[in-house]
Design a protein around this ligand. Structure first.
Ligand code: BGC
Length: 270
């Protein structure tokens, strides 16, 4: 039987969770999603997370991605969530709401972990830059497969300002940009990253990576640029793995399977 983990992806607009097959990174259940409460304060978001966990009756280590800098479980920034998160220990708040041991990490870092372990960046040497294009722009860096956390390259300043509001997935929708117009901004962005960091590979995730054939072929870079294998589910898969690892390290034992099993379903194709 597959070893399961559980991941929740906390975003500015939705909070999604699913059980994950830790051998393959594929979701072992359908995703369950609730809207992110507004304002997205710690108690409100914790309540929503508890609802997602309760939907599955999950018991075991819980991984939570968070759309901000997260150090030792504490949110240090809050670009697309309520500012009262800054300085809050996400693991403590979510742990109290769910009764589970929680590991919280930056959302793009979690997505990159899944791609490095099972996906588009598996076995790549040198520097890999994962970029998630959604409400914000998230980035994660891996050198020879090792995560360098909290890189925040979505906020590099280009043409006189933070480039996230110009090139994010949300910017494309908000300004109703054609694929070509959006790709011009992406070109500016990825060229800047390439000039500064010279990666071996770019991996592009976020919801829009589902439509990567519309914009990735328009980009001209020295490094290959490929869509994330797990698309928008990479964060859930990566953080489920990170939580299971943390729980194993804490107890010194292999991670136990969930006591009350998560709902089972056919694994979704990658
Ligand atoms: C945040 C990052 C996050 C990204 C994607 C950015 O605005 O600063 O921490 O990874 O959005 O959610």
């Amino acid at each position: 039987m597959a070893t399961l983990g559980f991941g929740i992806d906390i975003g500015g607009s939705g909070i999604k969770g699913a059980a994950v097959d830790l051998e393959t990174g594929l979701l072992a259940t359908e995703r369950f999603k609730v809207l992110t409460p507004q304002p997205s304060t710690p108690p409100a978001v914790a309540g929503a997370v508890a609802k997602v966990v309760g939907h599955f009756g999950w018991q075991g280590p819980l991984g939570c991605t968070f759309p901000a800098v997260v150090q030792e479980g504490v949110a240090r920034t809050a670009a697309n969530v309520d500012h009262s998160w800054i300085g809050t220990n996400i693991e403590t708040v979510m742990g109290a709401a769910t009764g589970l041991p929680v590991t919280a990490v930056n959302d793009a870092d979690a997505a990159g972990v899944a791609e490095t372990k099972w996906g588009a960046a598996q076995g790549i040497r040198g520097l890999v830059i994962m970029v998630t294009l959604g409400t914000g722009i998230g980035t994660s860096l891996f050198y020879n497969g090792v995560l360098i956390p909290n890189s925040e390259l979505g906020h590099i300043e280009l043409d006189g300002g933070d480039y996230e509001p110009k090139a994010s997935g949300a910017a494309r929708e908000r300004e109703a940009l054609s694929w070509e117009k959006w790709a011009k901004r992406l070109q500016r962005y990825f060229s800047a990253l390439e000039f500064l960091l010279r990666p071996s590979l770019f991996v592009v995730g976020g919801g829009v990576s589902r439509r990567s054939e519309k914009f990735l072929p328009l980009l001209v870079l020295d490094a290959p640029i490929v869509p994330a294998r797990f698309q928008n589910e990479a964060g859930i898969a990566g953080v489920a793995f990170m939580a299971a690892e943390a729980a194993g390290a804490a107890t010194g034992r292999p991670v136990p399977p969930p006591e009350r099993g998560a709902r089972t379903g056919a694994p979704r194709p990658a």
